[in-house]
Design a protein around this ligand. Structure first.
Ligand SMILES: NC(=O)C1=CN([C@@H]2O[C@H](COP(=O)(O)OP(=O)(O)OC[C@H]3O[C@@H](n4cnc5c(N)ncnc54)[C@H](OP(=O)(O)O)[C@@H]3O)[C@@H](O)[C@H]2O)C=CC1
Ligand SMILES: CC(=O)N[C@@H](CCC(=O)OP(=O)(O)O)C(=O)O
Length: 354
């Protein structure tokens, strides 16, 4: 394993919630080095230090936020052109990622997109769920989906990786083991009720997410853009109702499913254990997780209970970490041939690094 910080990393959207977490994890990573941080060309935060926006990171993240105009992006490309391996993280709005990702891919550079710009394989869904027509329709089915517990084998030597959405991460981690083990009835439509902290809406203030306005509310019933993403990845119809509540971090998803007649608790335990026993970021719990068990951590906590043929699975993650930034670092580690937990877990747990 390389010990030097010799893999340059760039973050677009660095001033946002996902971006600042990426910057922090890269700075603290033993092998990645922070090369540059970008915001939009017109950003009111351009040329400030990231630590000006987040004073708790004074001394750690005193990096300038570069405005992403054409000249600065061309300069970045020329800086990265000679590197052996480099990573560009896009923690930017969906349409911006869609527009810029292909122009950043280059020999020895992998672009990891945290937005939904490339998540859906069916381009016809983009106008309805994302509000723009996809210009790279032919590419979509070849772009690996960065859910490492399921797709680690498919991430290396790729120019562009598309990271899952936050609700889809929590949902798939709960549903996929049961689909793989063929324990769900053919008719079962998983019903997902998920509650997210308000950081899921991003950093820019909005009336609907202000402290006095927000309590706990369902939103985007039947039309949320994560609905087709979850269906695509679990291979069956689901019913998904997102909620947002007045806490800052985390998602707790409660998922109701029907298993086949005669299915035992042992079979369900086995479905989860066989998939996740060697996965360092999944914790199979003996009691229902709370949001605060996972907030500010890179873990997905799972718990289930069976009553006859009715199964409830609870899945909890930090939306900004396992739902976005730490998951991107997990993927980046895998892409670079490192232990997936490097920089995220205690060193004693990442000794198997290549
Ligand atoms: N927050 C979460 O829980 C999750 C977020 N994601 C995804 O990650 C990405 C970032 O999310 P999040 O950090 O929450 O968002 P924020 O709103 O907190 O941050 C967005 C970042 O993008 C920059 N930005 C905004 N508009 C543009 C533009 N036109 N061109 C370039 N940069 C721009 C912003 O800076 P400025 O406006 O100053 O330029 C800011 O740095 C999004 O795609 C989101 O969908 C994925 C999963 C979970
Ligand atoms: C609470 C809240 O508003 N959550 C966001 C989803 C979080 C997220 O960022 O997901 P994407 O990567 O798909 O954008 C929403 O519902 O739009």
């Amino acid at each position: 394993m390389a010990n030097n910080k010799n893999i340059p990393c760039v973050v677009f959207g660095a001033s946002g919630y996902a971006g600042v977490e990426l910057a922090k994890m890269i700075v603290n990573h033993p092998t990645f080095s922070l090369e540059a941080l970008f915001v939009s060309e017109q950003s009111s935060d351009a040329n400030k230090l990231l630590s000006d926006l987040y004073p708790k990171y004074k001394g750690l993240l005193d990096f300038t936020l570069v405005p992403g105009g054409k000249a600065n992006i061309e300069a970045l490309k020329s800086t990265l052109s000679g590197v052996d391996q480099g990573l560009i993280f896009l923690a930017t709005p969906h349409e911006f990622s869609h527009d810029i990702a292909n122009s950043l891919t280059a020999i020895n550079i992998t672009v990891l997109d945290l937005s939904g710009g490339f998540r859906l394989q069916d381009p016809d869904l983009y106008p309805e769920y994302y509000g723009f027509a996809h210009q790279y329709a032919g590419q979509l089915s070849d772009i690996p989906y960065g859910l490492p517990e399921w797709n680690a084998h498919n991430l290396k030597d790729k120019a562009l990786i598309s990271l899952p959405g936050c609700y889809p991460t929590a949902s798939q981690m709960a549903i996929k083991p049961l689909v793989k083990s063929e324990l769900l009835t053919d008719q079962c439509t998983p019903v997902i009720n998920a509650i997210s902290g308000v950081s899921g809406a991003g950093r820019k203030a909005a009336l609907a997410t202000s402290f006095c306005e927000l309590s706990l509310k369902p939103y985007n019933l039947f039309v949320h853009r994560h609905l087709p993403e979850i269906c695509q990845e679990v291979g069956r119809k689901v019913i998904f109702t997102p909620h947002v509540a007045n806490f800052d971090r985390g998602i707790l998803a409660t998922i109701v499913m029907q298993v086949k007649e005669g299915t035992t608790l042992e079979q369900i335990n086995m479905a989860f254990e066989s998939q996740y026993s060697d996965k360092p970021f999944v914790r199979l719990r003996s009691e229902a997780p709370h949001i605060n068990d996972v907030a500010h951590t890179p873990y997905c906590d799972l718990y289930w209970q069976l009553n006859g043929t009715d199964l409830i699975v609870i899945s909890a993650i930090d939306n900004v970490l396992k739902g976005a930034s730490s998951q991107a670092i997990q993927c980046a580690n895998i892409i670079c041939g490192l232990h997936e937990g490097l920089g995220l877990l205690p060193t004693s747990q990442t000794q198997g690094a290549i």
